[in-house]
Write a protein that binds this ligand. Sequence first.
Ligand code: NI
Length: 166
Amino acid sequence: MAIRNILKQGDEQLLKRSRKVEKFDERLHMLLDDMRETLAQSGGVGLAAPQVGVLRRVVVLLDINKEPEEVVELVNPEVIEQRGEERRVEGCLSVPGVYGYVTRPTWAKIRAQDRHGNWFEREGEGMVAQCFCHETEHLDGHLFTEKVEEYIDPAELSGDNEDCVE
Ligand code: NI
């Protein structure tokens, strides 16, 4: 496994649409393993493959609503249902030091494949629903800054908000 370099805002790879994964092979497994390690080391809660320069529809995220927290691998994910609306603090590993309020669903359901190609569905509330949306947007070349309603001075963030970097 290896830690991959996280691309920062300004890199045009982040603005491209990622391609669907069709081969569930060793190469994909290596990417997922590296992304897990990169995410763990980053202190963030979610990472999309284009953030490490790979234009494939692959995401790893931390489900912090599970006890213990669970790392979730999502291949070809799609948000298929969402409910409610709340304003949440959000940040991104590709836009370091920038935080803002974004309106996100309070609950969302995602459909994705695992590393072997098996389809599954997963539900998430609060930060996890937020993360489903943020990460799938990365796969379409979008950054959260397009959706920020109000930026926040990082000095004003409480410890609770450290989990918002995706
Ligand atoms: Ni992000």
